[in-house]
Design a binder for this molecule. Structure first.
Ligand SMILES: Cc1cc2nc3c(=O)[nH]c(=O)nc-3n(C[C@H](O)[C@H](O)[C@H](O)COP(=O)(O)O)c2cc1C
Ligand SMILES: [Mn+2]
Length: 492
């Protein structure tokens, strides 16, 4: 892995030519707005904000870290030049062979360069952005990991939950649902009438950011996954307040305790969500009393605000790699690709059908683990699942709705689902239905299905080679230059 921490990752992004430095932006709405506009551009640059309005120079915010396929691959240690579906496949395969690598303790940590404790703690000193117009306040944690220790087994959980700033030393931590490991662990402390010690770690190594998003089994630490991904253990140091093992190369760390909700809650949100809506109202949320704030000199906050789809935190759909792997381990053969569109709300599986029921078998397994996704589509192997136009071509031409759409009810969603009717949401309904769209040629008469008129990949390659030059925009030709076919072909 070519980077050891966030700073080195930013250096690698800069070397690819896709880092933009921005000075003078306001943390109130401007940083969020610029981030969202940039994420909607084809190049989707990463952004490093400095000289943020109201803060000392050097206090920085880094956004769009992994929002392009290229930078998502870079963060995984996979060749960023690969085509996105090939990069995802490489990740799926690498992910299956990862061997958990526990962290190592070190004696010093960069984030201890500056510490404030007790009454000195003032979160207003850090440039936590107010990301979207109707957000309930600034969120310091949009891409932070929340570290907790299971009181029974000692297992360290370190995954991403959003963190809103409410006061000098008070933040809230939001669990989408009660199955989150953080929610389960906190409950164990609270059931004994105790606060839950925790740390919010920001400006973490991108490998930890990725690990924090993975669905790992309970009992397995995200630190071990990140260490495996990097091929080197995560360096940790015991937090001075909590004793929790904290990544030594992180930029900003808050230590403290999550109070039992019987003692205190605060109204959290709303917060513009990854679906592109404010679907969860302001609601009571567990409160963290911040006992200490530590940060590196010139700290960098890693911001990853949810944005309207198709923008997403990760330019490669990592959860599609998980589903792809689920399919393989369940024994489904001939899966040629899995992808997610609309910020993971639509899952597509491409299979080379070998037997009747093959496509539906794949679709049902994929549907089971498609978080909040109402649409699961299965396509033949000639369709590129990562190409939405191609997928919709298959849906519109191969799927007879009266025969090939199934509805699965009461399936996995969450309180962030914009389409659960308000009275149901109030009753705690957090499930929805999923449409399984079989957009494959019907297996029974697959051979008789009209042949496609589309060019084969070889045809395209041959045409590109012979005629591609003639298709280039004239503006790029220097004035007066006569371009021959062979010189154009040499260029590519
Ligand atoms: C940028 C980002 C923000 C997230 N915010 C939240 C959140 O606020 N609450 C939540 O429950 N999950 C959130 N998630 C999803 C969880 O991090 C993810 O499902 C993780 O696997 C949960 O880990 P756990 O199994 O250890 O609970 C977020 C993910 C990302 C990438
Ligand atoms: Mn976990």
């Amino acid at each position: 892995m070519s980077y050891r921490d966030l700073r080195e990752f930013i250096g690698a992004v800069d070397a690819l030519g896709v880092l933009r430095r921005i000075e003078g932006a306001d943390p109130k709405l401007e940083i969020g707005g610029i981030t969202e506009v940039a994420a909607g551009r084809p190049e989707c640059p990463a952004l490093l904000f400095d000289r943020i309005r109201g803060f000392p120079p050097g206090f920085r915010v880094f956004t769009n870290a992994t929002t392009s396929p290229q930078r998502a691959a870079l963060a995984l240690g996979i060749d960023p030049a690969l085509k996105p579906l090939d990069a995802l496949k490489a990740w799926m395969e690498k992910r299956q062979t990862l061997k958990a690598q526990g962290p190592v303790a070190v004696n010093d940590a960069a984030f201890l360069e500056n510490s404030a404790t007790g009454h000195e703690v003032d979160l207003a000193k850090l440039p936590a952005p107010h990301w979207h117009r109707n957000d309930g306040g600034p969120f310091i944690g949009s891409g932070s990991i929340v570290v907790m220790r299971d009181p029974d087994s000692g297992w360290i959980n370190a995954s991403i939950y959003r963190v809103q700033v409410h006061a000098r030393a008070k933040v809230t931590v939001q669990f989408d649902h009660q199955g989150r490991h953080g929610a389960i662990i906190a409950r164990k402390y609270w059931d004994q009438g105790k606060p839950c010690p925790l740390a919010v770690v920001n400006g973490e190594d991108p490998a930890l950011f990725i690990a924090g998003f993975e669905y790992l089994p309970a009992g397995q630490s995200e630190y071990d996954f990140a260490g495996a991904l990097k091929g080197a253990p995560i360096e940790v140091i015991a937090g001075p307040v909590t004793g929790l093992p904290l990544p030594a190369r992180a930029e900003i760390v808050l230590e403290g305790a999550l109070l039992p909700p019987s003692r205190e809650t605060l109204l959290e949100g709303p917060f513009g969500e990854f679906t592109g809506y404010y679907a969860a109202d302001k609601r009571p949320c567990p409160v963290m009393e911040v006992a200490a704030v530590h940060h590196r000199d010139d700290p960098i906050l890693l911001g990853s605000p949810p944005m309207k789809p198709p923008r997403f935190h990760f330019g490669l759909p990592f959860r599609a790699a998980g589903i792809w792997s689920n399919l393989e381990s369940a024994g489904v053969t001939d899966v040629v690709g899995v992808w997610q569109h609309v910020a993971q709300l639509m899952t597509v599986v491409a299979v080379r059908q070998r037997y009747d029921g093959h496509a539906k078998r794949a679709a049902l397994i994929a549907a089971a683990n498609s978080y909040m996704g109402r649409l699961v589509v299965v396509v033949d192997d000639d369709v590129d699942p990562s190409n939405l136009a191609d997928v919709m071509w298959a849906v519109a031409t191969r799927c007879e709705p009266s025969e090939q759409i199934d509805i699965v009810r009461s399936a996995w969603s969450s309180a962030l689902d914009p389409r659960i009717p308000p009275p149901d949401k109030q009753r705690g309904v957090a499930s929805h239905s999923k449409a399984i769209i079989d957009a494959c040629r019907p297996f029974a008469w697959m051979e008789k299905f009209p042949a496609t008129s589309a060019l084969s990949a070889e045809d395209v390659r041959a045409i590109e080679q012979k005629w591609g030059g003639a298709l280039e925009p004239p503006a790029r030709n220097p004035p007066g230059a006569v371009r021959t076919r062979s010189s154009a072909a040499r260029k590519r």
